[in-house]
Design a protein around this ligand. Structure first.
Ligand code: CP
Ligand code: NVA
Length: 329
């Protein structure tokens, strides 16, 4: 499998075999890391990490993964560069492409990361855009595979805002890999029709299925994975909180939801999560609307069936695989 020189912008661009290869490679790197086997085979290379939105997991994963591979990093924080303000994406890309062997971008429209790839001529990795979060998908796949031992045939239900980066990406990856994807949410939060149609085509090849339902009982019955994400994403205005809480509260992941899925079911969340009021935003919104937890209850989040911290760790191993494969380690 040769992915050298490729950008990693959305999983739409990758075949099921390529996606599985990246998960396999991540598992190999994870094993090496646990055993203390050095793997700094990309010494002398440098990568730029552009973050126009904040991050804990993605940034740390890129930095640790790069370091383990022997690669130097430059972190460009949301306010720390000229990007988009004084310098166009095309110009920035042509500058960075001359200094770095690869570029990570987290920010807004998918078109920006596409432009970075087009003009920089080096591999560009999407660290989250409004539309997609592909590196998160590899971590989720690795976590699911570690737990269940396989991917094809897994039933995954996503609850919450299914028309944004996480819902879109999970639908794509499930459709590609023969997994059964359900978006269980209010109709106005279903993924866009055009993307659903595209994923139906992948599903025909892989044996996957795609279901969109507003019915919590039916949508979560006997599934393997219950997945959710924050109801208001980075970059969205504060005004949307009220409508989100009203529309998505019936789709909170509770103990009843997990019991309906079955004892074997696991809970995943890309994090950060509002499962209590121990965050500034959680506290502000909680006090304003009178709740103590948002998209998932603290009980589910802290339960044995919650794999969220394994999933978070797997961000690093999978991002390492993406960097290594596309830079040709
Ligand atoms: N899941 C995820 O992307 O986390 P960060 O926003 O902390 O990078
Ligand atoms: N949907 C969330 C994902 C965070 C990892 C956001 O875009 O903020």
């Amino acid at each position: 499998m040769d992915l050298k020189g490729r950008s990693f912008l959305t999983l739409k661009d990758f075949t099921p075999k390529e996606i599985e290869y990246l998960v396999d490679l991540a598992a190999e790197y994870k094993d090496k890391k646990k055993k203390g086997i050095p793997h700094d085979t990309l010494r002398g290379k440098n990568i730029a990490l552009i973050f126009e939105k904040t991050s804990t997991r993605t940034r740390c994963s890129f930095e640790v993964a790069a370091h383990d591979l022997g690669i130097g990093t430059t972190y460009l924080e949301p306010s720390g560069s000229q990007i988009g303000k004084k310098e166009s994406i095309a110009d920035t890309a042509r500058v960075l492409g001359r200094m770095y062997e690869g570029i990570e971008y987290r920010g807004f429209e998918q078109a920006i990361v596409e432009d970075l790839a087009k003009y920089s001529k080096v591999p560009v990795w999407n660290g989250l855009t409004n539309e997609y979060h592909p590196t998160q998908m590899l971590a989720d796949l690795l976590t699911i595979r570690e737990h269940f031992g396989y991917l094809k045939g897994i039933k995954l239900t996503y609850m919450g805002d299914a028309r944004y980066n996480m819902g879109n990406s999970l639908m794509i990856v499930c459709a590609k890999l023969g997994m059964h994807f359900t978006a269980c949410t209010a109709k106005e939060y279903f993924p866009e029709e055009a993307l659903v149609a595209e994923c139906q085509e992948y599903a025909k090849e892989s044996g996957a299925s795609i279901t969109l339902t507003e019915d919590v009982d039916a949508g979560t019955k006997d599934v393997d994975v219950i997945y959710t994400d924050v109801w208001v994403s980075m970059g969205e205005p504060d005004e949307v909180w009220a409508e989100r809480i009203k529309a998505l509260s019936p789709y909170k992941v509770t103990k009843q939801v997990m019991e309906n899925a079955g004892e074997h079911a696991v809970f995943l969340h890309c994090l950060p999560a509002f499962h209590d009021l121990k965050t500034k935003i959680g506290k502000e919104q909680g006090e304003k609307y009178g709740f103590t937890e948002l998209e998932v209850t603290d009980e589910v989040f802290e339960s044995e069936n919650s794999l969220v911290f394994e999933e978070a760790e797997n961000r690093m191993h999978t991002i390492k695989a993406v960097i290594a494969a596309t830079l040709g380690a």
